[in-house]
Design a protein around this ligand. Structure first.
Ligand code: FAD
Length: 474
């Protein structure tokens, strides 16, 4: 030990305490390992808890409330004009985040997981240095890298604290309600945050480089949402690229090229939601045998092992679907593999949810991918206008679809657009994981009236007759 330095020994060190890191740490502790969890942030939770999933879903719940209150007029109930107390909204979000963060701290304590605050960097394949902590270093037997990802900025711009050009982090801090907000990027983050600000009263102008919103999701699932967004947003410009951004004291001037070239001008704020990059820089990976791909993501095998035998990696930093539940599953696998268990990441379906209103959720094979891969599949759709429960909620615009192997009738993929899709998709995930055939879902009694019946009725269509769908013409 060097004078003035305190270096600890531990069995497992986990760097980063987001959903991937804390899952790895908690599972490793449950399996009897001595674990230290290091993060630059004060509390565990990562991007998901402090500036991702939870803040965005808290605000989206409020925007849904506003939308429902406005829509209730048609159902015979009128509310007055909503008064929005932005400080109150921020406080409510903070209450939710703090409750969950406190819970994670307790769970770490109950498991005996040591938490350290500081920036970790490998100095060798068996030791990290920690900047900003009383413990200056840790010698470990095994390490898990779970350092996550950060938002990508537009070329020649930077995200500055308090600046008008915002990442999702700044947008979710909700500094104010801008008059004109430009959203750059038609992926789920841009749409979710755009919808929040639209509900709060901003004029949303969205530009997307591609020819449609939410590329990667089947167009028929996106269509009902696109119709809603056409009303909720002031303008949506597809095939449009941002060419220049000039921040001034009073606003931001933005120039576009492509279909929306004429739509440039001044905006009060700009949200840049064009993707995320892995946090691998400054980690000292050059002192290990860990390899990254050409975009900086850490390369792992199906057991979350890197090229360095004692170092694992999980979550966003490994690329793929950058979602909390995928990170969390990978964290558990890393811990189980360290404990000698035969675990591997072999999920048949990772669900994805877009929490807009209507929501979109899907898992497994998409119709688009099936066509691209020339797979022999049959696809059936159940429009929610035939669902009693959907109509009681004024949610008849929704749709449930299944992608099924033509020969075996095995369910390969499920897609849902509509209210509550976030919960409904789990039946689809289970069906794909269990190798269920359409009969399994069709013959399972679903409670009435529920939106879950849209799944059993979709399965019934494959069998030739669904109770609430008009029969096919003979
Ligand atoms: P992270 O959550 O990114 O955590 C990484 C942690 O590592 C951070 O706490 C960071 O401080 C720490 N760290 C980094 N470098 C170091 C270092 N050198 N030393 C010490 N600590 C370090 N996913 C969903 O599944 N559902 C959603 O609804 C959803 N909504 C989202 C909304 C937004 C706006 C955003 C931005 C993301 C959303 N995500 C959502 C994605 C989700 O947040 C991430 O997939 C998830 O947080 C990844 O977890 P992780 O453990 O890999 O890393």
């Amino acid at each position: 030990m060097v004078m003035g330095e305190l270096v600890q020994e531990c069995e497992v060190v986990v760097i980063g305490s987001g959903p991937g890191g804390y899952a790895a740490a908690f599972r490793a502790a449950d399996l009897g390992m001595d674990v230290t969890l290091v993060d630059t942030a004060e509390g565990p939770g990562g991007v998901c808890l402090f500036r991702g999933c939870i803040p965005s879903k808290t605000y989206l719940h409020l925007s849904e409330l506003l939308h429902d209150a406005a829509g209730a007029k048609e159902m015979g109930i009128s509310f007055g004009r909503p008064e929005i107390d932005i400080a109150g909204v921020r406080r409510w979000k903070q209450t939710v985040v703090e409750k969950l963060a406190g819970g994670l701290v307790q769970l770490a304590e109950q498991r005996g997981v040591q938490r350290l605050r500081g920036r970790a960097e490998f100095v060798s394949a068996g030791e990290i240095r920690i900047q900003g902590s009383d413990i200056s270093g840790i010698r470990f037997k095994r390490a898990v890298i779970a350092t996550g990802s950060r938002p990508i900025a537009l070329p020649e711009t930077r995200f500055e604290k308090g600046g008008r050009i915002m990442s999702s982090t700044a947008a979710l801090a909700l500094a104010d309600i801008p008059g004109r907000l430009l959203v750059v990027g038609g992926g789920y983050v841009g749409l979710e945050i755009g919808m929040i600000y639209a509900a709060l009263g901003s004029d949303i102008h969205l530009v997307e480089m591609g020819d449609r919103l939410l590329p990667g999701i089947d167009p028929d699932l996106v269509a009902p949402l696109a119709r809603r967004l056409d009303k909720a947003f002031t303008a949506i410009h597809l095939n449009t690229r941002v060419e220049g951004v000039q921040a001034r004291d009073a606003g931001v001037d933005v120039a576009f090229s492509g279909d929306g070239a004429d739509a440039g001008g001044a905006f009060d704020r700009v949200l840049v939601a064009i993707g995320r990059a892995p946090n691998t820089r400054g980690l000292g990976l050059e002192h290990t045998r860990v390899k990254t791909d050409d975009r900086g993501f850490i390369i792992v095998d199906d057991r979350q092992r890197t090229d360095d035998e004692n170092i694992f990696a999980v979550g966003d930093v490994t690329g793929g679907m950058m979602l909390a539940h995928k990170a969390s599953r990978e964290g558990k696998i890393a811990a189980e593999v360290m404990a000698g268990e035969p675990s591997a990441f072999d999920a048949a379906a990772i669900p994805a949810v877009v929490y807009t209103d209507p929501q979109i959720a899907y898992c497994g094979l998409t119709e688009t991918a099936a066509a691209r891969e020339n797979r022999a599949v049959e696809v059936q759709r159940f429009p929610w206008k035939y669902s009693g429960r959907a109509l009681t909620m004024g949610a008849g615009e929704g749709m449930t679809k299944m992608i099924v192997d033509s020969a075996s009738q095995r369910i390969l993929g499920v897609g849902i657009v509509g209210r509550g899709a976030e919960g409904l998709i789990s039946e689809g995930v289970l069906a794909v994981e269990m190798g269920a055939v359409v009969q399994d879902v069709a013959f399972t009694i679903h409670p009435h009236p529920t939106l879950s019946e849209t799944e059993s009725e979709t399965a019934e269509i494959f069998l030739g007759s669904a109770l609430h769908v008009p029969p096919r013409k003979k």
